[in-house]
Write a protein that binds this ligand. Sequence first.
Ligand SMILES: Cc1cc2nc3c(=O)[nH]c(=O)nc-3n(C[C@H](O)[C@H](O)[C@H](O)COP(=O)(O)OP(=O)(O)OC[C@H]3O[C@@H](n4cnc5c(N)ncnc54)[C@H](O)[C@@H]3O)c2cc1C
Ligand code: FES
Length: 426
Amino acid sequence: MNTQELTLIIFFVVAVQVAIFALIASYRHWLSYEKLKKRLDFLEDHQEDAIPHNRLSVSSLKPLWTGFRDFRVQRKMAEDKKGTICSFFLMPVDEKPLPSFKPGQFLTFQLNIKDGQTSKKVVRCYSLSDKPSPDYFRVTIKRVLAPSRISDALPGIASNYFHDKVREGDILAVKAPAGHFYWEADEKKHPIVLIGSGIGITPMLSILNANIHSDSNREIWFYYGVRNSDEHIMKNYLEEVAKTHQNLHLHVIYSKPKQQDSKGTDYYHEGHIDVTLLRMTLLLKPYQFYVCGPKQMMETLVPDLSAWGVPDSNIHYETFGPSSLTKQEKPTPSSVEAETPSELTITFSNSKKTCQWNNSATSLLEFAEENGIPIDSGCRAGNCGCCQTAIESGEVEYVQSPDIVPEPGTGLLCVSVPKTHLTLSA
Ligand SMILES: Cc1cc2nc3c(=O)[nH]c(=O)nc-3n(C[C@H](O)[C@H](O)[C@H](O)COP(=O)(O)OP(=O)(O)OC[C@H]3O[C@@H](n4cnc5c(N)ncnc54)[C@H](O)[C@@H]3O)c2cc1C
Ligand code: FES
């Protein structure tokens, strides 16, 4: 065989490989989710437990302790280059072992924040960002800056307090882990897709770590969307676990890479996490999707997953703040309309304001905020009690069962809508 023939053979082999690769890539891209849906239906018909858990049928979730418990900040460490995201390792002052929680759940903190001579109680929720451990809890908090578009807006009160004032050795009042957004191990080891954007990565880290510290070998797809290397947290750690765990597929997506950020090393995709990216990268499996990120991403990605054909029971999501996304248990707009006619009036007695109920509001809390009535909120999911408000007259209806029982004569506005005309002490 002469050199020319050898070159031809090499060229032919490379061309065949490129063609096969292109075929596989386009097959994955264009494969309709209908096929996956059929496969899911098939699996559901043939497996006793095709869907591992329904996060909303968990009324049995009991708090691991009642009220607030004192925790000492054992360690505080910056997680990104600029120090805008910090982890806090918390150990119970009573030194009793910590009960296990469900990865994805959050802690509720009550902070006493000094404002001049007075101090103000502020309640905020932060997701647990590590696997359950009897020794410590970890939360990872992003400093919230004042929005630049509003001239007199203040920076986030609690997150800045954590960053600027909370030191190692300080004691914090913490409620037991809570929340309906969580992952639970299932015997069938269903593959999971964890999608975290920005600080929404925190519950995904907990789910990831719980998995890789178990011997399940479950298939995990981890999508982390972040602006660029400045805000990329736990980079070395994530790369290391991806290297040492063949069952973990890590995808890092930068929306605004910096000039020195290198594609293929620092990040793998440019842009935002969307269904096109998922279709390009995921295989044909009955995945359980876990999603947490900013409002804009949640408002497109969650409906897009449904539109792609992912059954609602396989989509689990959490938002960290106000969002027009409704939880799965919330009645459809038509049922709300039937039960809560828009002629209902809501009077906020302290603010001396009466407003007509708006059926597009997902809760009384959202309605109050839309009308400029300040109401404290923490979890916005019926877990922390922060939005509890006295009802002077009328009745509310719960659209999602709260985890805590509100005191008599009060309602949790984040998970309720009016049943009758209402007067609230707000
Ligand atoms: C279940 C759950 C889990 C969460 N997990 C995490 C987590 O793991 N990590 C994390 O970092 N966060 C998490 N959060 C978010 C967190 O609870 C707080 O909402 C966040 O830290 C902001 O709180 P803050 O007190 O700093 O900001 P706030 O004081 O509540 O301010 C919120 C926003 O309003 C703006 N603002 C302030 N004043 C004005 C004004 N006059 N006009 C207009 N805007 C104004 C602030 O700049 C800020 O953007 C979670 C939230 C929930 C509900
Ligand atoms: S905001 Fe937590 S219960 Fe309503």
